[in-house]
Design a protein around this ligand. Structure first.
Ligand code: FVH
Length: 295
């Protein structure tokens, strides 16, 4: 394995928006980078920056002790790597493709059968953020493989290791994405609701929504503490009050001709909590409903 503190040879398989950004960050940091992509033309900008271009995935794997894979999904990873598996023995396979914990564990087993150490990863950044201070990547899987290649991983942003279960990184990645989509769903609904007669989306977002959400974000640690401890002090904003007010979100949206798909489920959960006698509780009570066995 390479010295984890010095630039080393790295192969990058997959040159979509994200794979290209990863390969670019490695080149910027002085690594010797070999790239491969199903559609070869996508390698040209990286070749112009000094990357070697492998004609096949197998030749890319053979070029470096560390292979970073970033493709569309796990089906495409298997499609690309199955014919190349002969070159995996003794190497580290770091798969940064979005997937589920179960897919990651199955991929780790597959890699082990071919003699490779496996890391799974979740990229918490958009391509343009890679290498910047707000970028982080979650890793889990073989600890010694992570340590051996930490320097390469740190070129993408903060490199966070979550332990030996390959499923840990994708689980945390997906959980963070649900938080992001919840926020984006709220943003999209809010701008649609206010949009008909109100300010522009830009004005509403800058002057109203961001300050409001930033303030509400401060409540999350206390709700999380209540989830963790089960300690639920009397609620300042109880669920019965919230359920009654939520009806108006739905009514006003319908009156404005705005679809309620993005916000209706939260209203149903609030109603259920009240029906189950949790109306005097706080939002932490909804956590219990989400995780209760169904049926
Ligand atoms: N872009 C983003 O904002 C997010 C940020 C967080 C992480 N995601 C995940 O990263 C994976 C790759 O995403 P991407 O943005 O690079 O996606 P595309 O630009 O669409 O590139 C897709 C690449 O996958 C290749 N590919 C697709 N199918 C196959 C296949 N059957 N065999 C081999 N390669 C395949 C595709 O190749 P080509 O179309 O150029 O030939 C691209 O290289 C993804 O998991 C995100 O969820 C990105």
């Amino acid at each position: 394995m390479s010295d984890s503190t010095s630039p080393a040879a790295v192969a990058v398989l997959g040159l979509g928006a994200m794979g290209s950004a990863l390969a670019g960050a490695l080149l910027d940091a002085g690594h010797r980078v070999t790239v491969w992509n199903r559609t070869p033309a996508r390698a040209e900008p990286l070749a112009a920056r000094g990357a070697a271009v492998a004609p096949t995935a197998e030749q890319a794997l053979a070029a470096a002790p560390l292979a970073i894979v970033c493709l569309l999904d796990y089906a495409s990873v298997r499609e690309a790597l199955d014919p190349a598996a002969g070159a995996l023995a003794g190497r580290v396979l770091a798969n940064l493709t979005n997937g589920t914990p179960e897919q990651a564990r199955a991929m780790a087993d597959w890699a082990a059968r071919h003699g490779a150490a496996y890391l799974d990863g979740g990229i918490m950044a958009t391509p343009s953020m890679i290498g910047g201070h707000a970028s982080s990547v979650l890793y889990s899987g073989a600890p010694e493989a992570f340590e051996a290649h930490r320097a390469a991983f740190e070129t993408f942003g903060e490199a966070v290791f979550l332990g030996p279960d390959p499923g840990a990184a994708p689980l945390n990645d997906l959980a963070l994405l649900t938080g992001m989509y919840g926020m984006l769903g709220g943003f999209l609904h809010a701008t649609a609701l206010v949009g008909a007669d109100g300010p522009s989306a830009s004005e509403f977002t800058a002057e109203r929504l961001i300050p409001w959400l930033s303030g509400m974000m401060q409540d999350l640690p206390e709700i999380a503490r209540q989830i963790d401890t089960g300690d639920t002090p009397p609620a300042e904003s109880n669920l019965a009050m919230q359920a009654a007010g939520y009806v108006n979100l739905i009514r006003a949206s319908q009156a404005q001709g705005v679809r309620t798909d993005l916000i209706a489920p939260m209203g149903e959960l609030l109603r259920e909590a009240v029906a189950r006698g949790r109306g005097d509780g706080d939002l932490a009570a909804l956590h219990d409903l989400l995780t209760a066995p169904t049926g």
